[in-house]
Design a protein around this ligand. Structure first.
Ligand code: FE2
Ligand code: FE2
Length: 161
């Protein structure tokens, strides 16, 4: 069977698709970030430090998974869109670094915090529309189940905390 035909085969439905798992993780990261900002602003330093570690580790793991496992696949079909999403990852990392220098988020300006959240949300929407839907509709089922299994191994590390 040709690659084109295999890519065109619709993926069977699953209880939790990769798209569902990753959009759930977007929501989890956004909640964690809200809690982190609230902890910094109320002066709860220990909570803030703990939440920062969880958020940072979770975000880096999410971005790394996409970069190592999904973006290379997506780039075979849509190289420009894949490159643009990869650039957004770099911009998100740079914004987070700028925001959290010295883990002094309570000193960060409200508009910079808001801009970071907006950038995260815009990226989440864009990659869901472009890339997650592409995976769900076009990637071979074997690839999708391997990606799901790999992501669930990563996600279990965060569930235990
Ligand atoms: Fe992403
Ligand atoms: Fe994502």
């Amino acid at each position: 069977m040709s690659t084109t035909l295999r890519l065109a085969t619709p993926a069977p439905k699953h209880d939790r698709s990769l798209r569902d798992l990753l959009t759930t993780d977007h929501a989890r990261l956004e909640r964690l970030f809200d809690e982190l900002v609230a902890a910094f602003r109320s002066g709860a330093a220990e909570d803030a430090a703990r939440l920062f570690t969880r958020f940072d580790e979770g975000l880096q793991a999410h971005l790394a998974f996409e970069e190592q496992r999904i973006l290379p696949l997506f780039a075979e079909t849509a190289p420009e869109e894949a490159a643009a999403l990869r650039c957004e990852h770099d911009a998100i990392r740079a914004r987070l670094t700028a925001l959290c220098v010295g883990v002094d988020l309570h000193l960060a300006r409200a508009d910079a915090v808001e801009a970071f959240v907006k950038a995260l949300r815009a990226h989440a929407r864009r990659e869901d529309t472009l890339m997650y839907r592409w995976v769900a509709g076009r990637a071979p089922e074997l690839v999708q189940s391997d990606l799901r299994r790999h992501w669930m191994e990563i996600a279990r590390r965060f569930d235990r905390r």
